[in-house]
Design a protein around this ligand. Structure first.
Ligand code: HEC
Length: 168
């Protein structure tokens, strides 16, 4: 075990390949519980072959989706940050950044390439962000916001378990 702290022994050669291999491919660190919506129960993701369904998109379409995704994460951070600072009203603008309006800018070509379930999950996620924004501008109840957030995050997990994007 002592050797694991590495780096302290310059003579030893090797560039920590072990560490890298473990980090990149290893699996075993992912344990998002997938909730009921997917019907697959709470099974652990198998660390073996990638069984996610592939969605083939153009590069532009993929970039749109991934930008949307990064905004999702920013919104989640903004919501949690606002609640943590005791300013739940500020969760509103953070949530709205991922609200329904985002979908209006989606390339039209994209929709036909996405399975129905994927589109529904995506739409539902935008709707849930919008609902959080509403709560923030109304009662701004912190527990309620966190509960909405938690339920919404299970959408993120469910979709990520099921799908990946490849560029055609
Ligand atoms: C409708 C399906 C779906 C939902 C819902 C969803 N994602 Fe994603 N997300 C994807 C797919 C597909 C990818 C690409 C995965 C791949 O190709 O390996 C992705 C990738 C990402 C990435 C990586 C972006 C990048 O630049 O590579 C982030 C971050 C992310 N999602 C965050 C979220 C968060 C946070 C939520 C929930 C608030 C969420 N996603 C909800 C489908 C979804």
């Amino acid at each position: 075990m002592e050797g694991m702290n590495g780096m302290g022994m310059p003579g030893q050669g090797g560039m920590g390949m072990e560490g890298m291999g473990g980090g990149m491919g290893g699996g075993g660190h992912m344990h998002h519980p997938v909730q009921s919506t997917q019907g697959s129960g709470t099974t652990m993701p198998t660390p073996g072959p990638d069984k996610r369904q592939v969605i083939l998109l153009s590069e532009e379409e993929r970039n749109f989706v991934l930008t949307e995704m990064r905004n999702f994460l920013d919104s989640v951070q903004g919501i949690i940050g606002a609640v943590a600072e005791g300013k739940p009203k500020d969760a509103g603008p953070a949530a709205l950044r991922s609200g329904m309006h985002v979908m209006r800018n989606a390339p039209q070509s994209m929709m036909g390439k996405m399975p129905m379930e994927f589109r529904m999950l995506g739409m539902d996620t935008h709707q849930r962000f919008a609902a959080i924004a509403e709560e923030a501008s109304a009662m701004a109840d912190e527990k309620k916001i966190l509960k909405q957030l938690s339920e919404m995050l299970s959408n993120c997990g469910a979709c990520h378990q099921g799908y990946r994007i490849a560029v055609k």
